[in-house]
Ligand binder design. Structure first.
Ligand SMILES: C[S@@+](CC[C@H](N)C(=O)[O-])C[C@H]1O[C@@H](n2cnc3c(N)ncnc32)[C@H](O)[C@@H]1O
Length: 394
């Protein structure tokens, strides 16, 4: 994400510089949430983890989790470990704070942005004007009649009221409110305490094995934070992104115009039809996407990405680590998001193997590994074969 706390940032384009800030009350209300989250993840959570390790049942489950021949299934182990955790008051307090902050981000953040509605609208208008001046910089294609998948439409992702498109100023809320004052501290979902979430994107993009790419595609690109990082690592690459959310795409187009990098954005259900030509990209990046799709939709997505990739093209994925890769206690922490932070597919996907899904889709050289603390970011990367079986037979 691109977080900006100084709303009078002097580097903004002429005529587009906001000369306002959040009110004292709005800023302070969000800052305390960041402090609570830091205390919860940085102080309470290690205490709860130690209590789990000291509990004989917790220790037994941890050993079973690490065993190549476990007595319990992964689902059974997590359910039993959750019961151990819930017997610990420190764990319960830590989880209370996590839920409280997740909800209050919006209860406090939306009013803080509303206080500056007129200013943010004027700022957005200036940004839009900027992008019109440089149409060659990119494109935005919305599809009003797009069928939104039934598994996507009703979800208020991460407790966001109305889901991704539920509030017209979510862009401002994330860039100027919740982003800098809460998310930047880390310590939520798979993001560790103190993690640099901007740096994590750059590090992920450096997992592409080649030095240069002509055309890179990102399904589920949201507000283009990851494509912005791609541009800084591969400035020569032509960038394409797609998302289901028109609001995120509009924000992304403004962001790209503001930071002066060209990007082609399209509204699409990438698990069904990206609308892109066969064999047209030599790189695909996905960031924080797969845990938001049901496993079946992920399989369809990989088949579609395989289709649009050139032979020899590379795919690099960053998503939360699978349960098999983390400690028993950490598996309970990740699993919690499914029911308590409106992430319905988090656990279903973390029980699966993206590696296996990629192989099923036809990819080769599949590998996965962690590049940060607590196994996050968890990278999965692969390559489309130079010749596919069908071509080889022809
Ligand atoms: C957690 S966000 C990540 C956004 C972006 N990749 C980033 O790095 O900031 C996940 C995004 O995936 C999008 N998404 C989920 N399912 C999708 C689908 N089937 N087709 C296109 N986009 C999808 C959501 O709308 C959301 O913007």
């Amino acid at each position: 994400m691109t977080f900006l706390t100084r709303l009078d940032d002097g580097s903004l384009k002429e005529g587009a510089a906001p000369t306002f800030a959040l009110s004292q009350r709005g800023r302070a209300g969000l800052e305390i949430l960041g402090a609570i989250q830091t205390f919860s993840s940085g102080t309470l959570r290690p205490m709860a983890a130690a209590n789990f390790e000291e509990n004989p049942q917790g220790r037994m489950l941890g050993e079973d989790h690490a065993s190549p021949t476990p007595a319990f299934s992964e689902r059974e182990r997590i359910a039993k470990a959750r019961t151990v955790c819930e017997g610990d008051a420190i764990y319960r307090l830590e989880r209370f704070f996590q839920r409280y902050v997740a909800e209050e981000n919006f209860n406090r953040g939306i009013p803080a942005i509303e206080e500056r509605r007129a200013e943010f609208l004027a700022y957005d208008a200036a940004m839009a004007q900027g992008s019109d001046e440089t149409p060659e910089a990119g494109s935005l294609t919305l599809a009003e009649d797009l069928a939104i998948p039934a598994w996507f439409a009703p979800i208020e992702w991460h407790l966001e009221p109305g889901g991704w498109d539920g509030y017209d100023l979510y862009g401002a809320l994330f860039a100027f409110g919740v982003g800098p004052y809460v998310f930047r501290k880390g310590g939520y979902a798979a993001v560790g305490i103190g993690d640099d979430i901007v740096g994590q994107r750059l590090k992920t993009i450096r997992q592409f094995p080649k030095d240069s790419y002509a055309r890179i595609y990102e399904p589920g690109c949201g507000g283009v934070s990851t494509l912005k990082a791609v541009h800084s690592v591969f400035p020569e690459a032509e960038l394409h992104g797609a998302d289901l959310s028109p609001l995120l795409l509009k924000n992304g187009a403004r962001m790209a115009a503001r930071f002066g990098f060209p990007v082609h954005l399209k509204q699409a259900d990438c698990a069904t039809d990206t609308g892109e030509a066969d064999a047209s990209f030599d790189g695909v990046i996905t960031y924080a996407l797969h845990h938001e799709l049901p496993p079946k939709a992920n399989r369809a997505l990989f088949a579609e990405l395989f289709r649009i990739m050139k032979p020899g093209a590379d795919i690099v994925i960053s998503d939360p680590p699978p349960f098999r890769a983390v400690s028993m206690f950490h598996a309970v922490i990740l699993d919690w998001d499914t029911l308590h932070r409106e992430e319905p597919f988090f656990s279903p996907v973390l029980h699966e193997s993206l590696d296996a899904m990629l192989e099923e889709a036809g990819f080769e050289a599949v590998e996965s590994y962690a590049i940060g603390q607590d196994q996050y970011p968890w990278i999965t990367r692969a390559r489309k074969p130079e010749s596919t079986a069908v071509e080889a037979q022809a």
